[in-house]
Each structure stands twice: as structure tokens, then as C-alpha cells.
Write a protein that binds this ligand. Sequence first.
Ligand code: FNR
Length: 195
Amino acid sequence: SKPCLLALSGSARRDSLNGKVLAVMACGAEVAGAEVRVVSLGEYPLPIYDGDLEDAQGLPDNAARLQQLFADHDGLLLTSPEYNGFFTPLLKNALDWVSRPLPDGSGQPGTVHVRGKPAGIAAASPGGLGGLRSLQHTRQYLANLGFLVVPEQMGVGQAGQAFTDGGELRDEDVRKGVEGVGAAVARLAMAVRGG
Ligand code: FNR
């Protein structure tokens, strides 16, 4: 069967540029033979991580749901805005919660529900660099969680003008670059599964 990839964006904003880039990345993965499920972090609101809160109440339901999503998928497609050179607090907070021990007490050390799974990253920005500065941090963070981050990546600059009304990237090279990230994750997911 096909590998199934989870697709997340660090922006839950309506009309998010990174949401549009994520859709293009998902297409690239699908053409390369994967299934993709796009999920909005806006549907999984979580408090800012607080150890006292976790001690008192355990893992929030939305954190457990996100952990289950990661456990159920074979890899990750990820886009995020760059905020002051970094990926967003929405993304960092959600994945910090995901990295906590599973409700049954397993999962640490080493976040078993993500370890060894392929991931691909991209960013989009109205500015010229396309969020490129954030990608090194996103890459390192995902690697720390145990993901295998593919070397392909893409920063989509001037993203406010980059898309057609239909959501397609106007520039051929940029489109191929973003699709290529998705395709690389799909191929690695198939290889990891031995298929
Ligand atoms: C930004 N933005 C931004 N852009 C950039 O290229 N480099 C940066 O460091 C920053 N920093 C930054 C900080 C904060 C707090 C905000 C709110 C915004 C602009 C950002 O790229 C722009 O708002 C994008 O449109 C956000 O992505 P989405 O929501 O369209 O996907």
C-alpha cells in the first residue's frame, strides 16, 4: 500500500501563503506515489507548554490526538512562515507537546511516534528570501525530534505574487522545487517501508 504522509503548516491563517505552498508540496508527494493528509494546527488548539499543567492534568487531548496522527503516518510534509528568522510558535508548541511521553507513558526518550520517519520542509514569505533563514532551524528541530529530514528544501520568496488564483505556482522552477521536496519525502517513505 502507499505510504501516507501528514502535511502540516506553521500558519493556521486563512489565505496563508505557507498553506498554499503545502498544497503544492502535497501534490508532488502524491504524484510520486504517496497519500497525503493535510491537517490544520488551528483545529488542535493547545496551551503554551507548561510542565506544571502537564503534571496536574496530563497530556491535553489535542496533544494526544496530534501524537496519534504522527503515529498513524509514515512521514511529514511541513511548511512554516518565518517569524524573525525562526519557524512559528504555533508549530514549535504543537510539536513540543507531540514530543512528550505518550498517554500510556511510552515515547520518551526518543519520541517513538516520529523517530526515523522522513520529513520535508519549505517556507514562504512575501519577502525576497522566502523564509530561508528559518529553514535551518526547522531542519535542526525536526532532526532533534528524530525525523529524517530530506536534503531538498525550498524558500518561496515574493510569495504574495507567486500563485495563480487556482493556487498554482507561476514560476516553473519554484513549482518543481516545492513538488520535489514532497516527492523526495514520498520516495524516502517508500524506501523506509521497504517498498
Ligand atoms: C513576519 N514575517 C517575516 N517574513 C520574513 O520573511 N522573515 C521574517 O523574519 C519575518 N518575521 C515576521 C515576524 C512576525 C511576528 C510576523 C507576524 C511576520 C512576515 C511573514 O512572512 C508573513 O506574515 C507571511 O505571510 C506569514 O505566512 P502565512 O501566514 O501567509 O503562511
